[in-house]
Design a protein around this ligand. Structure first.
Ligand code: TRP
Length: 331
């Protein structure tokens, strides 16, 4: 089992990033050989400020390590330091029908009404993503709902390349679903995703929030006046309540049902302080490690450089096979 996954280097990290992806990676390391990377080359498919991009990459690296990504065991790097991703992406671009890309819903969402103004890079984004996983012969790729279509495309691209060249160059990666995805919603609106761009800071718990701020935000979170029911189904229509239960369950590594069995019959006056204590106890050690690591940029860069060296070695054999399968001459 070889797991490969990438994450966009967004800045201003919050609880949604932690429970949605980062925490999952930490768990995966126990079951599988892992390669994890910052998708900085995907980040530039939309306009980006260069200084912010570098800083976001270092933030994300520090956050991953602080949360428990073990850089001795797993390979952690940024895509830009492993040029094989770009090399393979070009070979795959030349083998991917435009019709397949026309079906990608994320491109349609991201390009909106301005398809003619969006870049070729944004259109080709899923092909680079296919290269990211195929280049390492990944067997498993952890994917959220929004990335399922891209993984399906990666499998189609691999199948076509293998059959067109008559060579078994790529392994077909399987989606890896590790339990129900924790989709963390805004603390002010249970129907909107927790987001770094929400104008209200009370809507999210930031990676850098101190213990008091975390507690205060949870206690101010929007809820309703009803007590908690015994069954998850009975929370229908109570999106804020569901969100807080989901956060509790994800932080505690359990299911929302198990949390309900503990708190059924109680109101938020009892539940919120318990959630606040839990959140502080889980997040404060991560924040402290994050702040310590983030101070030393050369140490962060050394981590990424070391990971990239190992990643380049892992990527080279498949890159060579893909060039050779196409009859390209090189040494
Ligand atoms: N597109 C993914 C996202 O936005 C990030 C990503 C890039 C990725 N390459 C990948 C995820 C390869 C998994 C595998 O979340």
């Amino acid at each position: 089992m070889r797991t490969v996954s990438g994450i966009q280097p967004t800045g201003n990290l919050h609880l949604g990033n932690y429970l949605g992806a980062i925490k999952n990676w930490v768990k995966l390391q126990k079951e599988s050989e892992c390669l994890f990377f910052l998708a900085d080359l995907h980040a530039i498919t939309v306009p980006n400020d260069p200084a912010t991009l570098s800083s976001n990459c270092r933030d994300m690296t520090a956050a991953l390590v602080a949360a428990g990504v073990d850089t001795k065991k797993s390979i952690l790097f940024n895509q830009a330091r492993v040029p094989q991703h770009v090399e393979l992406a070009w070979l795959l671009i030349c083998n991917t029908p435009m019709g397949w890309l026309d079906r990608m819903t994320q491109f349609k969402e991201k390009s909106g009404k301005h398809k003619q103004r969006s870049t070729l890079g944004l259109y080709g984004y899923p092909v680079l993503q296919a290269a990211d996983v195929l280049i390492y012969q990944a067997t498993h790729v952890p994917v959220g709902e929004d990335q399922k279509q891209h993984l399906e495309l990666a499998r189609d691209i691999a199948t076509k390349f293998n059959s067109d060249t008559g060579k078994d160059v790529f392994t077909l990666p399987e989606p890896y679903i590790s339990g129900p995805a924790a989709r963390v919603m805004s603390l002010r609106d249970g129907n909107a995703k927790m987001s770094k761009s929400d104008p209200s800071d009370l809507s999210r718990i930031n990676m850098t929030d101190n213990d008091d701020t975390i507690s205060k935000k949870i206690k101010k979170a929007r809820t309703d006046a009803e007590p908690l029911p015994e069954k998850w189904e009975d929370l229908e229509g109570r999106s804020e309540a569901k969100n807080l239960l989901g956060i509790y369950a994800a932080l505690e590594d359990t299911t929302p049902e198990a949390v309900l069995s503990q708190y059924a019959g109680q109101g938020f006056g009892a539940f919120k302080p318990a959630l606040a204590d839990l959140a502080v106890s889980k997040l404060s050690p991560i924040r402290e490690r994050f702040e310590e690591l983030r101070k030393d940029e050369s140490a962060i860069d050394a981590i990424l450089r070391d990971g990239a060296e190992r990643a380049r070695a892992a990527a080279q054999p498949t890159t060579d096979d893909a060039y050779a399968a196409l009859g390209l001459l090189r040494d």
